[in-house]
Design a protein around this ligand. Sequence first.
Ligand code: CA
Length: 224
Amino acid sequence: MRVLLVEDERRLAELIKGGLAGEGFAVDIAHDGRDGLWMASENTYDVIVLDVMLPRMNGYTVCSRLREAGDWTPIMMLTAKDGVHDEAEALDTGADDYLSKPFSYVVLLARLRALVRRGGRERPVSIAVGDLTVDPAGLRCRRGEALIPLTPKEFAVLYGLARRVGEVVSKGDLLAQAWDFAYDGDPNIVEVYISALRRKIDLPFGRRSLVTVRGAGYRLDEKG
Ligand code: CA
């Protein structure tokens, strides 16, 4: 099991490395964001542990660069504060899980093992919903010929709806799919992403394909 640990606090990095090595993980350490991005691009890891506050390039940027490059290695983000903003941002840049500092080593180990078990994300084929194309491999979305830039988390919500086009998908299902088990914050965060999606995939095109079904969830319509 090969782990890349990107952490600028050298003592903490050595402690984590020592602990993980004792569990049979092979651990490479990068002390800043640029080195971390380079090492992640050059080597293959089973999981990446990525601090947010890093010199030269922060963890959010490292994570989104990797995802943009099509690298879906599971990423565990180490956030500095335990605020919903940080958590949402970590997941929004394409991290699979996050842990707020300070964390217990036992929890880190358990969560890393769970991440590795789950493996990389599924990479299914494009889905067409009317003239809307949702391409999960490239995280790309188009309305007709127009390319619509989405964040990874907006994309995950849209993809959850596109997979079940014409059906009502509950907020809980969208949460479970787009946030995995790790998100235990406010489920109303889904509404924030639905609104953002409407502003991107519907409003500019005079469409109403993303429908709120009161008390039940959301539906993506082919003709809307
Ligand atoms: Ca740091």
